[in-house]
Ligand binder design. Structure first.
Ligand code: NAD
Length: 303
């Protein structure tokens, strides 16, 4: 069994991003600037946004964190998004999900200028992804593809089961793994809460991507020997041996499953770190595309 090591791969990719930012600035480009919107004070969301802002610092990006109270109205939040759309200094906008129940996440995401949609959740970005056109890919599936690429895992022709059909993980992961790319070219089954024969499907899978949100749900009796297991889940479970009284586990029963696998991601230290890489790569790309569009327009005007 080989560990798919998010610490190692993300460090490698972050070095590449840092270098790219330095080169970009040497060519007269400006620092990429990410704006993050956080509504309310959900502790998990606080932690995720905090980590994204910290990574901006580390990689030489600018960042702006906008915090709003949980009772902000949908119209007010959309007005903030529009303000960021119109702010030339901002290259990427992310709205940390979930939003409070009285706000439609779809309406807020739809308000983001697709040129700044670094989470890849806007319908234009999703549509382009479906059509295989260049676009911002959702950060978690993008990060998983980067990890498979790093380990040079040839997934062509493999049977892949993606468990989960969310817009942010399961659905885009299913699409990316089935595209005519490498990694990709897999025969993909998307399983979900109404799937009846999950165990049978998993036992036939060369790759399992678990994005369920249930601690240790994928157990050894569901995994074919030699399979590749990608664990997206982040679940907090009680653990009296820890100072905090809890610890993080994935959707896969790591101790039981790992000995069977050819490759497996740990939790923590796996997919979560790759997600950050996906977001940062998208933000750098947004900065470059926006600057090049402005330069192109200026050039066209001067001709
Ligand atoms: P979600 O709740 O939106 O979706 C969960 C999916 O699991 C649903 O599509 C549902 O149909 C499916 N499901 C639920 N019970 C099932 C069952 N018994 N059998 C088969 N399928 C079942 O969750 P999400 O946003 O996709 O996140 C999934 C997990 O990944 C969570 O633990 C979340 O915290 C984690 N996550 C991690 C990262 C990361 O960077 N590592 C990023 C996003 C989400």
């Amino acid at each position: 069994m080989q560990l798919l090591d998010g610490v190692l791969v993300s460090a490698h990719i972050k070095e590449q991003i840092k270098q790219e930012v330095t080169d970009w600035q040497a060519q007269g480009g400006k620092k990429p600037h990410l704006a993050a919107i956080l509504v309310g004070n959900n502790p998990a969301s606080e932690a995720y946004v905090g980590s994204k802002v910290k990574h901006c610092d580390e990689l030489g990006f600018d960042s702006t964190l906008l915090r709003f109270p949980a009772d902000i109205t949908e119209a007010q939040l959309i007005a903030e998004v529009v303000r960021l759309n119109n702010d030339d200094n901002i290259d990427g906008i992310l709205v940390q999900l979930p939003l409070p129940d009285h706000i439609s996440g779809d309406s807020v995401i739809n308000a983001i200028n697709p040129a700044k949609d670094v989470d890849g959740f806007h319908p234009i970005s999703v549509g382009k992804m479906v059509l295989g056109q260049p676009t911002f890919l959702p950060a978690t599936p993008y990060g998983i593809m980067l990890m498979l690429e790093y380990y040079q895992i040839n997934t062509a022709g493999m049977n892949c089961v993606v468990i989960g059909r969310s817009n942010i993980v399961g659905t885009p992961m299913t699409l990316l793994m089935s595209r005519n790319t490498n990694p990709g070219n897999a025969t993909v089954t998307m399983a979900h809460s109404k799937t009846k024969n999950l165990k049978e499907l998993c036992l036939n899978a060369d790759i399992i991507v678990a994005a369920i949100g249930r601690p240790k749900y994928v157990t050894a009796d569901m995994v074919k020997p030699g399979a590749i297991v990608i664990d997206v889940g982040i679940n907090r479970i009680p653990d009296a041996t820890k100072k905090s009284g809890s610890r993080l586990v994935g959707d896969v029963d790591f101790d039981g499953v790992a000995p069977l696998c050819s490759y497996i991601t740990p939790v923590p230290g796996g997919v979560g770190l790759m997600t950050i890489c996906g977001l940062m790569k998208n933000t750098l790309l947004a900065a470059k595309l926006r600057t090049n569009a402005v330069r192109g327009a200026a050039l066209a005007q001067s001709n």
